[in-house]
Design a protein around this ligand. Structure first.
Ligand SMILES: NC(=O)C1=CN([C@@H]2O[C@H](COP(=O)(O)OP(=O)(O)OC[C@H]3O[C@@H](n4cnc5c(N)ncnc54)[C@H](OP(=O)(O)O)[C@@H]3O)[C@@H](O)[C@H]2O)[C@@H](O)CC1
Ligand SMILES: Nc1ncnc2c1ncn2[C@@H]1O[C@H](COP(=O)(O)OP(=O)(O)O)[C@@H](O)[C@H]1O
Ligand SMILES: [K+]
Length: 466
């Protein structure tokens, strides 16, 4: 599968307008409704005799729900529409009545096999009105599966933010392209499985992209017959301290699980000894490198001037953890900054809760301010380039939330940078493989940072083998 691309509401509206001008009226909605009805049938596993409740708002999102209801009613489902507005899609409503559907109310929800959220789509503002919220909560209380039409109503479609109450879906069926809310948390977590129905939109370059295995395959630096350890890339690592020696060991493991040919560690003898005990192939001391990874576990040993020298270039650099505190303006070196929400909050001098609620916005802001690619870690990882491009990684495992897993990522991204990828590509490939390794390592149970790192080669093998 290739890159998942998300477009803004404005881009979708423009593409829709072009197509609407060329097609007979109602064609797009019929395409959407057909895909929606098939996906609903697949989710619940049967259609004949199924009890389907449609929550119908005032716009075309409700229209999609009504026409999907028509198709399901024709296949023998018992379809009930709960109208949340007196302006529900008139033709859709008439068609549902002709197909044998009826107007219902809240009482229909507890016994339903599925509830379809056609409250609002891309025309919606964040939040749900009290009446809609009550119906959505009723369905959740009774464990009725919820299918969102286009987007879970109430989320912020273009940012993935959820400042107000919203629908939590088991399945979201979207049309033409993904929207940002399908890829970026917290909204992405409210989508459940996302199913894309092609309706023939001709779209411009995406607002945000999510890598799939094929994208990683096309970028990963696989050595060839001419390669040697230097041409594969040498990574300089400035990490760990007497306080946190483990961070240097773990970052080295992450780097060696990537494509780099050699690691040079720059730091105290005591830490070097700890790394060597696990990775005897590590070389201790300065020398030529193709990229740097700096910051993980430096703690109080942080030498801001040494970090500042690396930030001045010319080698590309991954800046993690304590290393981030040395940044106070645009970074001259090609750089990949890897903060979590707390670290990004400190960098931007805003409360952490704001970064958590509006991750995409803050990652973009920092990328522009520091002229560096910013990889914001979290349940969704957002990677923002200074030129405005955005990628997100959505395939992570919550088992990754364990001490040291960020050090693995910093080492891996450094390794990718040293082997020639740009900071933006290194961030996207690194986040993807880090998450893939987590799935292999965890396999439904806890993992440690070291087991995560040791699963990087297997994750890479799975990803690179079509
Ligand atoms: N684009 C495409 O290519 C295709 C689009 N298609 C479909 O059309 C959908 C977009 O339809 P749309 O433009 O009619 O808007 P929609 O989301 O139904 O909202 C309508 C109205 O709801 C209201 N409202 C707003 N916020 C609210 C809230 N929180 N709570 C309650 N009400 C709220 C507000 O009205 P107001 O309250 O301002 O009067 C607003 O005008 C799209 O998501 C997809 O499903 C497909 O058919 C095929 C191709
Ligand atoms: N709930 C979660 N779901 C998926 N991934 C997560 C979750 N929480 C954290 N992660 C990932 O785990 C890693 C944690 O990194 P970090 O916060 O730097 O931890 P540490 O400093 O202990 O190494 C990041 O890659 C982050 O994206
Ligand atoms: K919806």
């Amino acid at each position: 599968m290739r890159m998942r691309r998300a477009h803004s509401v404005e881009q979708v509206r423009a593409a829709e307008a072009t197509l609407l001008a060329q097609l007979p009226g109602g064609t797009l909605m019929q395409r959407a409704a057909y895909g929606l009805s098939v996906a609903i049938g697949n989710l619940i596993g049967f259609v004949y005799g199924a009890r389907v409740v449609l929550l119908v708002g005032s716009g075309d999102n409700g229209g999609d729900a009504l026409y999907a209801g028509v198709l399901l009613a024709r296949r023998g489902a018992s379809v009930t529409a709960v109208l949340l507005s007196d302006r529900a899609h008139a033709e859709g409503l008439a068609a549902l009545r002709r197909a044998g559907g009826r107007i219902g109310a809240a009482e229909d929800i507890p016994g339903a096999d599925v509830v379809v959220d056609g409250i609002v789509g891309i025309g919606g503002r964040p939040g749900l009105k009290p009446e809609a919220l009550a119906l959505v909560q009723l369905a959740a209380r009774h464990g009725v599966p919820m299918v969102a039409v286009d987007v879970p109503s109430g989320v912020d479609v273009d940012t993935g933010e959820t400042p107000e109450p919203h629908v939590r879906a088991d399945l979201t069926v979207t049309f033409g392209t993904h929207k940002v809310c399908h890829l970026v948390d917290p909204a992405a977590a409210a989508c459940g499985t996302v199913h894309l129905v092609d309706i023939g939109l001709d779209l411009p370059p995406a607002t945000a992209e999510a890598f799939q295995a094929e994208d990683v395959r096309s970028l990963y630096p696989v050595p060839d017959g001419e390669s040697d350890k230097y041409s594969r890339g040498v990574l300089g690592l400035m990490a760990g301290s007497a306080q946190y020696p483990g961070a240097a060991v773990i970052a080295t493991s992450g780097a060696l699980g990537g494509p780099v040919g050699m690691i040079r560690y720059v730091g105290p003898d005591s830490v070097a000894a700890e790394i060597r005990a696990v990775h005897p192939e590590m070389v201790h001391g300065e020398g030529r490198v193709q990229a740097w990874a700096v910051g993980s576990g430096l703690g109080q040993a942080l030498d801001k001037q040494a970090v500042a020298r690396l930030l001045a270039g010319p080698e590309p650099v991954v800046v993690d953890a304590d290393g981030l505190t040395a940044i106070d303006g645009p970074v001259a070196a090609p750089a990949l900054l890897t903060p979590h929400a707390g670290e990004l909050a400190r960098l931007l001098d805003v409360p952490r809760a704001e970064v958590e609620a509006r991750g995409l916005e803050h990652a973009r802001m920092a990328a522009e301010r520091f002229q560096a690619t910013v990889l914001l870690k979290g349940s969704t990882t957002v990677i923002a380039a200074p030129d405005g491009r955005v990628r997100v990684n959505t395939n992570a495992s919550a088992w990754l939330a364990t001490a040291g897993s960020g050090d693995v990522l910093a080492g891996l991204c450094g390794s990718l940078l040293a082997s020639g990828l740009s900071p933006f590509d290194a961030g996207a490939v690194g986040a993807y493989l880090h998450a893939a390794a987590a799935h292999l390592a965890a396999d439904g149970a806890p993992l440690t940072a070291m087991t995560l790192a040791t699963h990087l080669p297997a994750a890479t093998r799975h990803t690179l083998t079509p």
